[in-house]
Write a new protein. Structure first.
Length: 268
């Protein structure tokens, strides 16, 4: 398989992966594109014609941006319809749909990002598997040993919860995601830290409850975190519950792209 791009369109950002065949060479994130870019995408003749704002500087280092006589295909998993429409103007755009995912038990409104992530995790680490995606939303998605979707849950993610009180109340501030790995004080003595404490300790309690319930059903299952806040939340979980450190639980940001790779392999 020649070079190709994987594009995961999330609620907040575009997530990219450059593949040489089956191996990821580099990943990066960019903002959503405006509607004004649609015509440029439609007129692309080579890789170098893509909007420069979406290309990672690492691609230049790797020598990937040289003009080629063909367009690299872009395989797209999107949860933002308005962005999907823009990228469909690109001549070699391929939007991945649920009906092509090799999992059973999928329901029609399941997010394609969740389906691909659990497929990628299962193909890499084995089924059963549970994926915890800590992005704008915090999602739990599990599949059993027969590659059948067990189900999952969705709740507001860490950043969204921290910001929501500032947006929906008169006197409480919006709080950004903590940049340090240490947990905040549980019994805070100021308002910003009280918000951090309430949101973070409640989120970790929820995650622990779902993880424990999953391991009751599938004791030897791998559990994978991904998403922008995934690494932080896993560190918080392990800090509060050291017994999870030696269990099969890890952070792996590229699960959706691995799911794309498995999707393409099924057509070879």
């Amino acid at each position: 398989m020649k070079a190709w791009l994987g594009l995961e369109i999330g609620n907040s950002r575009l997530h990219w992966a450059w593949f040489a065949g089956e191996e990821i060479q580099v990943t990066w994130d960019t903002p959503h594109l405006s509607e004004s870019i649609e015509q440029q995408l439609a007129q692309c003749k080579t890789f170098a014609d893509l909007p420069q704002e979406i290309l990672s500087p690492d691609l230049n280092i790797l020598g990937r941006t040289a003009v080629r006589p063909y367009l690299e295909p872009i395989y797209i998993a999107s949860v933002v319809p308005s962005q999907t429409v823009l990228w469909q103007a690109y001549p070699e755009a391929h939007v991945i749909t649920l009906d092509k995912i090799s999992l059973s038990g999928i329901y029609s409104t399941l997010g394609i990002d969740r389906a691909l992530a659990v497929l990628g995790a299962g193909e890499t680490f084995g089924f059963p598997v549970l994926v915890i995606d800590a992005g704008t939303a915090l999602t739990f998605t599990g599949a059993d040993g027969d590659r059948c979707l067990v189900g999952g849950a969705i709740l507001p993610g860490l950043s969204l919860q921290l910001q929501s009180l500032g947006q929906k109340t008169a006197n409480l501030p919006s709080i950004t995601t903590p940049e340090i790995l240490s947990l905040p004080e549980r019994w805070a003595t100021n308002t910003p830290e009280a918000i951090q404490s309430g949101v973070i300790y409640t989120l970790i309690a929820s995650i622990r409850d779902f993880v424990t319930a999953w391991w009751e059903k599938f004791p030897d299952s791998q559990i994978c975190f991904k998403g922008g806040d995934g690494k932080l939340l896993l560190e918080y979980l392990r800090s509060l519950h050291p017994e999870f450190t030696d269990r099969k639980i890890m952070y792996e940001p590229n699960l959706t792209f691995w799911g794309m790779r498995s999707y393409l392999q099924s057509f070879q």
